[in-house]
Design a protein around this ligand. Structure first.
Ligand code: ADP
Length: 487
């Protein structure tokens, strides 16, 4: 029996929950209504804490604070160098609190504690430091104009930004959205996911300690249709940067269009293909494919690959995210858990073959066995829709043309992976697949310098890299005659 079998060597140490209010204008405050909501530990199904619930009135106060900090405050007016120094200090404080931050994401989101400490939060630090270093390298261009004129562009911060983020990577999302906006000189209101409200409040506290002025970062926890929607419709918000589902992304864009035409960038769902060619090292491909949801394997190695994938899924250790031996924690909440299980049922009724897994594991918490389907067809919903759980579909292909066609047979275009030793194959697939990121002989490799975002219905705009800063900037053209005024 290999299910939920972490041996619990590192005994569960719940982190102290220090911050549960909203963070507005540099202060922790109750919601205007005094209402709260419960946040639940997905490993046990038990309530961790009650958190202040923000709605429209709270968003309004937070936007006021951000507006004031933008229109009259120091942050947009200080030099990029100075902003970068404060951001570096913020990073140092995060580093000093890494254990506690990782533990908060474990208890709140079911993230593995060990990878939080060694991968996720270090990645967050890397992101913040990347943008701290970028803050004094934002500049416009000198324009060559016809006639007796000269021109240049000024890149100015866009203003008050609303960040709406999901539950899958609470820390990474917080820093991936806030860091480039901070570097640009913007002020912001962050709406964390209702499933994972805790670490964001800790980051806000550390930002204040680092010297980020009051009102620059505000955090309003609450639900999407109330707090999130109010942010998207707000007349004093200049830009929204959203990560979440495609359905919600559509609502975000609608709200922006119906209010003040604020700019929108959307990082939405994906159903990323991983294409494994006959010449691949099957063991390497097996390691890479753990994160794949739609895996295409060329016919020559298909049977061997299926066998190895089943073995590796069976030896996968599912259990308590605080246990260092565990490889897979619980789903984030009951809704997601039930959603993933219903997709597994759907796969069976659609006629796919359940190779391994397929049920919950344990009787407490929201754990699901690593699940693999074979004989999956492109038109099946399990091959088309984002499942967001440990469910993989394995499919066979013959030729490179077929692989490209199948990889593109989706409304999404977030990312794709290719495993091959043949450079020509890799190059050809890279240029033919319509997706924002292509991983060759690796998968899920992220770096702050590497832009991330979607084609097609996976959205538009890019997070990370220098591209992300552009979302938070306005371009102002300045034109002046070279000699005396022509008028
Ligand atoms: P998921 O299904 O992965 O939870 P969502 O797109 O529903 O994805 O959620 C991502 C983020 O969007 C969350 O912070 C959520 O509260 C927020 N959200 C949900 N509905 C809306 C909405 N109508 N307007 C703005 N934000 C929303």
């Amino acid at each position: 029996e290999n299910r939920c079998n972490g041996d619990g060597k590192e005994s569960f140490k719940p982190p102290e929950i220090k911050f549960t209010k909203l963070f507005v204008n540099g202060q922790f405050v109750d919601s205007v209504s005094g209402k709260t909501f419960e946040t639940v530990n997905p490993a046990t199904g038990e309530v961790i804490a009650k958190v202040a619930e923000g709605v429209e009135a709270d968003i309004d106060l937070a936007v006021k604070a951000a507006r004031e900090a933008f229109d009259h405050g120091r942050w947009p007016r200080m030099s990029g160098f100075e902003r970068g120094r404060i951001m570096s200090k913020f990073a140092d404080l995060i580093e000093q609190n890494i254990e506690e931050l990782a533990a908060l994401d474990s208890v709140d989101a079911g993230k593995l504690l060990a990878s939080g400490k060694t991968v996720d939060i270090p990645h967050c630090l890397h992101i913040l430091r990347y943008y701290a270093g970028a803050a004094d390298k934002i500049h416009g261009e000198t324009l060559k104009l016809a006639g007796e004129y000269q021109g240049y562009t000024l890149l100015e911060p866009i203003g008050v930004v609303g960040h709406i983020i999901p539950w899958n990577y609470p820390s990474t999302m917080f820093l991936m959205k806030s860091s480039p906006a901070l570097a640009a000189g913007c002020t912001m209101v962050i709406k964390p996911a209702e499933q994972t409200p805790l670490s964001a409040l800790f980051y806000a506290h550390l930002a204040k300690q680092a010297g980020i002025p009051d009102g620059v970062i505000n955090v309003v926890n609450g639900f999407g249709p109330t707090a999130g929607a109010a942010l998207c419709s707000h007349m004093n918000v200049d830009a929204i940067s959203f990560t979440g589902s495609t359905e919600t992304g559509r609502l975000v864009m609608e709200a922006a269009a119906k209010s003040n035409l604020k700019t929108v960038s959307l990082e939405l769902g994906g159903k990323s293909p991983l294409i494994i060619f006959d010449d691949a090292d099957v063991d390497m491909a097996g390691e890479i494919c753990v994160a794949g949801s739609r895996v295409y394997v060329q016919e020559g190695i298909y049977d061997e690959f299926v066998r190895k994938a089943a073995e590796s899924a069976k030896s996968w250790v599912v259990g308590d995210p605080f246990d260092p031996n565990v490889q897979q924690g619980p789903q984030v909440d009951k809704t997601q858990f039930e959603r993933v299980l219903s997709y597994i049922e759907l796969g069976k009724t659609e006629g796919a073959t359940l190779l391994t897994g397929g049920t919950r594991c344990g009787d407490k918490g929201y754990y699901i066995e690593p699940t693999i389907f074979t004989d999956v067809k492109e038109e099946m919903r399990i091959a088309q829709e984002e499942i967001f759980g440990p469910v993989m579909s394995l499919m066979k292909f013959k030729t490179i043309e077929e692989a490209i066609e199948k990889a593109n047979a989706t409304r999404y275009g977030l990312a794709a992976g290719i495993v091959t030793k043949d450079l020509n194959t890799a190059n050809r697939v890279t240029r033919s697949v319509r997706a924002g990121t292509i991983w060759i002989n690796c998968y899920f490799a992220f770096d702050p310098g590497c832009p991330f975002g979607g084609y097609k219905m996976s959205g538009f705009g890019r997070d990370l890299g220098m591209h992300a800063i552009n979302k938070y900037l306005q371009v102002k053209s300045v034109v002046t005659p070279l000699h005396s005024s022509p008028w």
